[in-house]
Design a protein around this ligand. Structure first.
Ligand code: MG
Ligand code: MG
Length: 256
């Protein structure tokens, strides 16, 4: 069932999304070699609660943390731990905020110190693929238009799109209909309507598309090569798409 949101509800989601975006800005400032993913999780939880929000992921299906922190060949759902970030790592940080009854959801993949040119290119392409998908989130289009735009851009750079995990509607529940795959055919899938709020989130592998899920729930690439993940929460409006989360606070630290 798809829930469309009123202008007032979208305004509330945007308020929560602002807290979430600022939380990512805090993570960006803290990321460096020597920091543990557990430390990033703690500082983010404190920041969100200090700003009137609640971490969406904590307690969701018994998930114990505020962030998903997925290093290098981990795709998503990595659990924060005592892992010490190393120069040259990449770290996907996924986070959600619950605020005034609504969720928002955003992810960014951060380079730790200096990373290889090959991996930096993966991050740039995945981030641009997100915006290619967002550009198709228009009234009358379908989810397949979003997925196709992401897939086309990614594959034209020689990378592959993860199939097992998809974007989704966001609202009073963290994951609502429709599913928003990062692959697909134009003109196929759920029709986009005014008032839909979507999390669009390409997961892109440097090598092959296959992933495996480990016991703890985290996904990892089968070939052991790096994977990147970027996500925004967006609202489909009558005449445009509005990106409710923003990377402007992250960009105080990372410009790419
Ligand atoms: Mg997310
Ligand atoms: Mg999501």
């Amino acid at each position: 069932m798809i829930f469309v949101k009123s202008e007032e509800e979208i305004a509330l989601i945007k308020e929560g999304a602002e807290i979430l975006s600022k939380a990512h800005g805090q993570v960006a400032k803290a990321i460096k070699p020597g920091v543990t993913t557990q430390e990033l999780d703690e500082l983010t939880e404190t920041f969100i609660r200090d700003h009137g929000g609640v971490p969406s992921f904590k307690g969701y299906k018994k998930y114990p943390a505020t962030l998903c922190t997925s290093v290098n060949d981990y795709v998503v759902h990595g659990l924060p731990s005592s892992y010490v970030l190393q120069e040259g790592d990449i770290l996907s940080v996924d986070c959600g905020v619950h605020y005034k009854e609504f969720h928002s959801d955003a992810a960014f993949t951060y380079p730790v110190g200096t990373v290889s040119e090959e991996v930096m290119r993966l991050l740039k392409v995945t981030k641009r693929a997100l915006y290619c998908g967002i550009a198709e989130a228009k009234v009358g289009n379908r989810t397949g238009d979003i997925g196709h735009a992401v897939q086309y851009y990614v594959q034209s750079h020689g990378y592959s799109v993860v199939r097992e995990l998809v974007g989704h509607g966001v609202g009073k529940k963290l994951h609502e209909d429709p599913q928003v795959p990062n692959y697909g055919k134009p003109g196929h899938g759920a029709k986009l309507q005014k008032g839909m709020v979507l999390a669009i989130e390409p997961m892109v592998n440097l090598g092959k598309k296959q992933v495996v899920q480990e016991k703890g729930g985290q996904f990892r690439t089968l070939d052991g090569k790096a994977s990147a993940h970027f996500e925004h929460t967006v609202a489909v409006l009558a005449k445009k798409v509005e990106i409710l989360t923003t990377y402007k606070y992250v960009e105080e630290t990372f410009q790419f």
